[in-house]
Design a protein around this ligand. Structure first.
Ligand code: ADP
Length: 449
């Protein structure tokens, strides 16, 4: 029985996990780096342990340090959150070997599904349509590589199988750029992810990014919480997410949902997970699976009333999912705006002291954040400061509520992308739900000043 959980993360997701543990009556241990001693959630955890200096590699990615914190505090399980060690199969393995339950899938499943090539193979076997491409090892001969690329067709994407966070992918428009782009992408992938394996994918020119939230207990029970639309992106990174995805071909969605459930049953998936798709001309093309909680999970929680983080912990406790799929109903619409500490024009990170801030509130408004007046945002980590989530009966009412939430919200002392969100909420293309993954960068930001 898990009675004490170590939270191997920081910021808003660490706070989110502590809230879930409190409701479940589970004690918590928060770990932190030297640069994070003023984080809000440390005040709410039952115990705290410093795991190292500011640099992530010496603290939040420092496996021996985290495992020894788990040992001295005598926890039974470790909650990884997102980022850092959340999709590190080796960490999951070491947790198990050290006698701690890793809250998530087994290391074997993380390895299979965290690798984009094997994930695509398993998805195809379950009947999920994937982005067409070439994922076998590339031959040595450059001419053979060119033939393969021609068969995939230009423009194509070179992707690192271990890629993540919008990194490890490159568009190639013609054969002239092919070999050089392969070299750079695999070199970058080796440096960033320790794995230089790359593959080709057809470049889908103007899709939406649609994803499906899965919850599975590793005992054969798998449910989904519907879709999210995460098409508003910059540098392949999500900025606004919403649920459910509107204007979707319901027949194709239903086929895709069934196939996702089948995939998770086939691999006896345990934990929560997200299957990501590019959606174009009413077709879903699988790109990858994330074997962890997503930043944008609150929008699915708001429309289903289902607490995804609590579910993660209960599944790790061995409690089966008893909720039937047909008992999950989608009500209304939810939108999440990611407030980042960055310049709204240049997007340069802007850490520093928050002199004053005021969170939005009221009916249908949720504010998931670790910031407070007097908090100093350290320069070492992700720039995410807060997630403002609104929920209403319809998408248009939800946008209106988000506008009002954004009007109430302020942060003084550092730059944030707050005004970008305000402008997007007034944007005709966004309001009409006509945007694709290219809209923000290629159109909206082009004449943004
Ligand atoms: P990461 O793991 O880094 O998040 P993904 O494979 O999930 O990478 O892709 C992130 C984003 O990159 C997608 O939402 C989409 O905007 C873009 N993308 C990925 N693959 C393709 C593709 N084949 N064609 C067009 N855009 C793509």
């Amino acid at each position: 029985m898990i009675q004490k959980i170590l939270i191997a993360n920081r910021g808003e997701i660490a706070l989110r996990a502590i809230r879930a543990c409190k409701e479940l009556g589970i004690h918590t241990v928060a770990v932190y780096s030297n640069a994070d001693k003023d984080l809000k959630h440390l005040k709410f955890a039952d115990e705290t342990v410093c795991v190292g200096p500011a640099s992530p590699s010496e603290s939040y990615l420092n496996v021996p340090s985290i495992l020894s914190a788990a040992e001295v505090t005598n926890v039974t399980a470790i909650y990884p959150g997102y980022g850092f060690l959340a999709e590190d199969s080796n960490f999951a393995k070491q947790c198990k070997e050290s006698g701690f339950k890793f809250i998530g899938p087994s290391s074997e499943i993380i390895k299979i599904m965290g690798d984009k090539i094997t994930a695509k193979t398993f998805a195809e076997e379950a009947g999920i349509e994937t982005v067409p491409g070439y994922k076998d090892p590339l031959p040595e001969d450059p001419n053979e590589i060119k033939i393969i690329a021609n068969n995939v067709g230009y423009p194509l994407m070179i992707k690192a199988t271990a890629g993540g966070g919008g990194r490890g992918m490159r568009i190639v428009n013609s054969e002239n750029d092919l070999l050089h782009s392969i070299e750079i992408t695999s070199h970058e992938a080796k440096n960033a992810f320790g794995n230089n394996t790359i593959y080709f994918e057809k470049f889908i020119s103007n899709p939406r990014h649609i994803e499906i939230q899965i919850v599975a207990d590793g005992k054969g029970n798998v449910i989904h919480l519907g879709t999210r639309d995460c098409s508003l992106q910059r540098k392949h990174q999500k900025i606004i997410e919403e649920a459910p995805a509107n204007d979707i071909n319901q027949e194709n969605l239903s086929i895709t949902l069934d196939a996702c459930i089948k995939l998770c049953k086939d691999i006896n998936y345990e934990g929560v997970g997200t299957l990501e798709f590019l959606y174009e001309n009413e077709n879903f093309y699988f790109i990858e699976m994330n074997t962890r909680i997503q930043v944008e999970h609150p929008v699915s929680e708001m429309i289903t009333g289902f607490d995804i983080v609590k579910a993660q912990i209960k599944i790790a406790l061995g409690i089966p999912i008893t909720l039937d799929q047909n008992k999950i109903s989608i009500r209304g619409h939810a939108i999440e705006c990611r407030i980042n500490a960055e310049n709204p024009r240049t997007f340069a990170p802007n850490p520093g002291l928050i002199n004053k801030m005021h969170p939005p509130g009221g009916f249908g408004i949720r504010f998931d954040s670790h910031i407070y007046s007097g908090y100093e945002v350290p320069p070492y980590y992700d720039s995410l400061l807060a997630k403002i989530i609104t929920m209403a009966n319809s998408r248009s009412a939800c946008i209106k509520r988000m506008k009002s939430a954004l009007d109430e919200f302020f942060v003084e002392g550092i730059d944030t992308n707050h005004s970008l969100h305000q402008d997007l909420m007034n944007d005709k293309v966004f309001i009409e739900n006509k945007h694709t993954i290219n809209y923000l960068e290629n159109e909206f930001l082009k004449d943004y000043d």
